[in-house]
Design a protein around this ligand. Structure first.
Ligand SMILES: [Fe+2]
Length: 203
C-alpha cells in the first residue's frame, strides 16, 4: 500500500455564489457534494492501508470495493475542481490561446459550443473539452459518472457537469437551459491559465 496524505476541499470562490442563472442555493448544495468526494477519498485511502491484499478477488473483495469506489471519489474531486474553478466569469466568445485551439479543432466557437452542448445532452454526468496529448487536439468527451469514461493522457480544460444535482433546483428537467447558463458563466481567463500552465502547444 502506497502512503498518502489527507487532502482538504478547495475553497469555493466567492464569485460562485453570484452566478447568473445558477443559484447560490444550487452551488452551495453542489459544493457539499464535492466536500463529500474529498472526505470519502481520504476515508477510502485510510481503509486501503489495512485491506487484506491476499484476499483480492474480482467478484468481490475488500480491495476491489475500495479501489472501484476510490475512482468515483477521485473523479468527483477532479471533475468538480475544474468545474468550480472555471465558473464565475462572463462567458461569451472564447478569448486568448484557447480561442485559437477551439477554432483549429472545431472550426469555430459556435461549432465547439454546439458539440459540447450535444455531448452534455447525451451524457449522464459529464461532458469535457480536453486536450489529448497523443492526438494533439481538443475533443469533447462524454462521461456518465465521476469515473466513466475519462481518456488517458488527456487534460480537461472545460468540465460541464450535467448530473441532475447541478441544475434540478434551478431548471428542473430543462438541462439545455442550464447548459446555456453554464456557458454564460465560463471564465475564459481561467481556461487560458490552464493552457499556459500545462504548456499545451498552440500549433
Ligand atoms: Fe456535480
Amino acid at each position: 500500500m502506497s502512503s498518502y496524505e489527507e487532502i482538504r476541499p478547495r475553497e469555493l470562490k466567492p464569485a460562485l455564489l453570484e452566478l447568473d442563472g445558477i443559484s447560490r442555493l444550487s452551488v452551495e448544495a453542489h459544493y457539499k457534494l464535492y466536500q463529500g468526494y474529498v472526505n470519502k477519498r481520504n476515508e477510502i485511502l485510510g481503509k486501503l492501508g489495512s485491506a487484506d491484499l491476499s484476499a483480492a478477488n474480482q467478484v468481490y473483495s475488500e480491495i476491489r470495493g475500495l479501489k472501484v469506489e476510490l475512482s468515483f471519489a477521485v473523479g468527483g474531486i477532479k471533475n468538480h475542481e475544474v468545474y468550480f474553478e472555471h465558473l464565475g466569469g462572463s462567458g461569451g466568445e472564447p478569448t486568448g490561446s484557447v480561442a485559437g485551439l477551439i477554432e483549429r479543432d472545431f472550426g469555430s466557437a459556435q461549432a465547439w459550443r454546439d458539440d459540447l452542448k450535444a455531448t452534455g445532452m447525451g451524457g449522464r454526468g459529464w461532458a469535457w473539452t480536453a486536450y489529448d496529448w497523443d492526438e494533439g487536439r481538443l475533443f469533447n468527451y462524454i462521461g456518465d459518472a465521476q469515473n466513466t469514461y475519462p481518456i488517458w493522457n488527456a487534460t480537461p480544460l472545460v468540465a460541464l457537469d450535467v448530473y441532475e444535482h447541478a441544475y434540478f433546483l434551478d431548471y428542473q428537467t430543462d438541462r439545455g437551459a442550464y447548459i446555456d447558463a453554464f456557458l454564460a458563466n465560463l471564465d475564459w481567463a481561467v481556461v487560458n491559465d490552464w493552457v499556459s500552465k500545462y504548456q499545451i502547444p498552440l500549433r
